[in-house]
Design a protein around this ligand. Structure first.
Ligand SMILES: Cc1cc2nc3c(=O)[nH]c(=O)nc-3n(C[C@H](O)[C@H](O)[C@H](O)COP(=O)(O)OP(=O)(O)OC[C@H]3O[C@@H](n4cnc5c(N)ncnc54)[C@H](O)[C@@H]3O)c2cc1C
Length: 496
């Protein structure tokens, strides 16, 4: 056991743990970060042969000057080392349904205008829809404060739009505005939370996504370089990182500090900050979690990574500095249901090519490129299969997706595949240490967001939560949460 008592022990080196560790170290605090995987951000970047992939980020919001990711990098003095490339301003995300295509432009005004020209008979509904999105974001400022009942009702006159619409799902709002089925699908495809059925997605998340979208970029040298650079800063400022180490228990408070048991021994700190799944954090404490922690999880991810030999050919087929959302049916609801049930009779595929946004040669050898394919999956179905059955099912699903993309883009992807890796929801669950291989942690339903909203504080005054679960998902939300928590912790110390 180490004799040292750290000021802060951070459990997990995801974006939450690493960014908070760096910020606290800059303030001179003694910080230790313990991580189960062998590197920062766990499964967040990995190499397959010569190709680097970033499973949990195709772009990052908030990278423009004045936005929080950029300001965080600048605060650490890393803005010359970590630079960002913009995606294609003519359409970061491109939606291709069987009977409708749409390149999502930047800025709510442009989206409104473009959708109105596609659906001229419904232009008033479109305008109303985006007016509500902007107002919700203005009122809630989602990245700054949680949309809890208390926050909404504290100043009701300032939250009129939230009181009226904030508890709705996207489907509820579609119905309220009496939008046609085609328009619903088009809007659904533009929300960027494409793995969520509209009847499960809170309008508050949709509004935050639309607003943050204007600032999406990708690091010029890839996500791996970005997180390693932040980790290096933290190390140079005294943070101890302990990798390949699983946290197995958190003790009660003894002599004003807590002991953390891990597979590499015991650590002690005055305060513990958990970047882990909050329900797991309570299990490690050996305590029953309060009711608000009994939330449901977001959908499970099924991921395919392809290292492709011919960058030029792929770009000629239409890929570039943008992501694609392809569906086999115009009914996105049906596509999401079929995938979530593990059938794939219908499906919706999100395709990212971050190696085409990063500088050439950074994430893949010059002339080659990587492709990441994200779909939904059924954790339960895979979990009931034998390992051999799982492998067979992974191949079946992956082949179906690759064939579909090949046909849509008129290119034989199979011919160009040099490296391939497939993660079922069960694989993803193990790699990311998430209970059901869930994409975003807690679900984005109105109930979870408004009634089960977690905060960074817990019932214990020496245990805090950081990361997506305590704030909002996405790297912008997580880094913003670290900036907020750093300020709170310093304030608590100064008041002592
Ligand atoms: C498929 C997918 C695509 C996404 N796309 C985007 C995108 O394009 N842009 C974007 O901004 N966001 C995206 N996100 C969301 C974003 O990646 C997450 O919100 C963010 O990475 C969450 O960071 P975190 O620090 O909260 O959690 P995590 O990254 O989950 O960090 C938790 C860490 O704790 C470690 N850990 C867990 N249990 C233990 C234990 N017992 N002991 C020790 N260590 C442990 C884990 O290994 C992990 O490193 C995507 C997510 C997914 C899954």
């Amino acid at each position: 056991m180490e004799n040292k008592i750290y000021d802060y022990l951070i459990l997990g080196a995801g974006w939450g743990g690493v960014s908070l560790g760096a910020l606290l170290a800059k303030e001179g605090k003694k910080v230790c970060v313990v991580e189960k995987n062998d590197r920062p951000c766990g499964y967040g970047y990995f190499k397959l042969g010569e190709y680097e992939f970033s499973p949990n980020a195709l772009y990052i919001q908030g990278c423009r000057e004045g936005w929080n990711v950029y300001e965080f990098i600048k605060e650490l003095g890393l803005e010359k080392e970590i630079t960002f490339n913009s995606l294609d301003e003519d359409g970061y995300d491109r939606l291709i349904l069987p009977n409708f295509s749409f390149n999502l432009p930047i800025g709510i005004e442009n989206i409104t205008h473009k959708l109105s020209s596609e659906f001229p008979d419904e232009d008033e509904k479109i305008e109303k829809f985006f007016e509500i999105m902007v107002k919700l974001d203005d009122e809630m400022d989602f990245f700054e404060k949680a949309p809890t009942i208390m926050n909404v009702l504290r100043r009701p006159h300032k939250n009129l739009c939230t009181i009226r619409y904030g508890w709705m799902t996207l489907q509820g709002l579609f119905n309220h505005l009496k939008m046609s089925h085609n328009l619903q699908n088009a809007i659904m495809g533009t929300t960027l939370v494409t793995d969520y059925a509209p009847d499960k997605l809170s309008v508050l998340v949709a509004s935050a996504e639309y607003i943050g979208y204007a600032s999406c970029h990708y690091p010029a040298k890839g996500i791996g370089h970005m997180i390693k650079t932040v980790e290096k800063f933290a190390k140079e400022n005294g943070v101890t990182f302990v990798y390949n180490t699983e946290i197995t228990a958190i003790s009660n408070t003894i002599d004003n500090s807590r002991e953390i048991q891990t597979t590499s021994g015991t650590f002690r700190a005055n305060k513990v900050i958990s970047n882990l799944d909050p329900q797991i954090t309570y299990k490690l404490l050996g305590k029953d979690a309060p009711r608000k922690y009994h939330y449901e999880y977001s959908p499970s991810a099924f991921l395919i990574f392809l290292g492709l030999t011919d960058r030029k050919k792929i770009m000629e087929a239409g890929f570039g500095k943008c992501n694609y959302y392809l569906t086999s049916t115009d009914d996105i609801h049906q596509a999401i249901k079929s995938m979530t049930d593990g059938l794939y009779d219908d499906f919706a595929i999100y395709i990212g090519t971050p190696s085409l946004v990063a500088n050439e040669g950074e994430m893949s050898p010059t002339g080659k490129m990587g492709m990441q394919i994200i779909i939904n999956g059924s954790f339960e179905k895979f979990n009931q299969m034998t390992p051999a059955e799982q492998e067979k099912e992974k191949e079946r699903i992956s082949n179906k997706m690759i064939d579909f993309i090949s046909k849509k883009f008129n290119i034989d992807l199979n011919e160009l595949v040099e490296e391939k890796e497939i993660w079922s929801p069960v694989d993803f669950s193990k790699k990311a240490n998430r209970p059901y291989g869930n994409i975003y942690g807690r679900s984005f339903s109105p109930k979870t967001l408004i009634f089960n909203q977690l905060s960074q504080e817990t019932e214990f005054d020496d245990i805090f939560l950081c990361g997506a679960n305590a704030t909002i998902t996405g790297i912008l939300g997580v880094i913003n949460g670290s900036l907020i928590l750093r300020d709170k912790l310093l304030k608590i110390e100064s008041e002592k």
